[in-house]
Design a protein around this ligand. Structure first.
Ligand SMILES: CCCCCCCC/C=C\CCCCCCCC(=O)SCCNC(=O)CCNC(=O)[C@H](O)C(C)(C)COP(=O)(O)OP(=O)(O)OC[C@H]1O[C@@H](n2cnc3c(N)ncnc32)[C@H](O)[C@@H]1OP(=O)(O)O
Length: 194
């Protein structure tokens, strides 16, 4: 029987993450990994439009403005939207490792309510790596990078190859992505040997 642990504590044998030598410089805007992505895509009208920057080591920061369209309760952000923002921020860490990775598990703590119009300051870093498994953590603060913590999350990302998307994505979008030179360039920036 395959026993899968649900723990997000890195297992024995996990190692510190290594920033890829060709990773974007600290402070550099990372851009979108896919222009239709709900989290970061600039061409996605319903998206969060997260702008993420490389940090030191294997870390990133991002800013997300909560809009009226993101409400769950009157005037307050929906928890799923906040979880998506944390997920997307940690997803961007792949730019620094130069690996493509998808979320396997995501645990979120909602610490305080987040009103509409709030600027959420997100930061994320990789805690440890074990084979294809990447253990990451992220925090969202209200009003500024040193503001009170509103949300935090731990996650396990699993490294995949471009084939993961080709095998599972809807052919319409996959074919469009494969014939878009900018998209192929982005895939190469994530994955050393696409
Ligand atoms: C076409 C042209 C270009 C396209 C490409 C453009 C560039 C893209 C660039 C960058 C993309 C970044 C995107 C970020 C977006 C934000 C993040 C998201 O929202 S991602 C979406 C949500 N996530 C999913 O849809 C995953 C769905 N799940 C899966 O596909 C599989 O379950 C997958 C790949 C995660 C694992 O499947 P397995 O068959 O490859 O591997 P197994 O053997 O099952 O797992 C490997 C290890 O991980 C552990 N593991 C897997 N899932 C786990 C879980 N849920 N909890 C705990 N451990 C888990 C397993 O126990 C195993 O560990 P042991 O090696 O035995 O120690």
């Amino acid at each position: 029987m395959n026993v899968r642990t649900t723990s997000l504590t890195p297992p024995a044998g996990a190692i510190a993450p290594v920033r890829h030598p060709d990773a974007p410089a600290p402070g550099e805007l990372l851009g979108a990994h896919y222009d239709q992505c709900f989290g970061c895509g600039e061409a996605q009208p319903h998206g969060l439009h997260l702008a993420t920057r490389a940090g030191e080591g294997v870390s990133v920061t991002a800013r997300f403005t909560v809009k009226a369209a993101h409400q769950g309760a009157p005037g307050l952000a929906h928890g799923g939207v906040l979880a998506a923002a944390l997920d997307e921020t940690m997803g961007a860490l792949g730019w620094l490792l130069r690996v493509i990775a998808v979320t396997g598990r995501l645990e979120t703590d909602f610490v305080r309510p987040v009103p509409v119009d709030t600027d959420l300051y997100l930061d994320a870093h990789v805690v440890a790596v074990r084979g294809r498994k990447i253990y990451s953590t992220a925090t969202g603060r209200i009003g500024g990078p040193d503001g009170p913590v509103a949300v935090r999350a731990d996650a396990l990302f699993i490294e995949v190859k471009v084939d993961h998307f080709i095998a599972n994505g809807r052919p319409e979008e996959i074919n469009a992505a494969l014939s878009d030179p900018d998209q192929v360039k982005v895939a190469r920036a994530f994955e050393v040997n696409p």
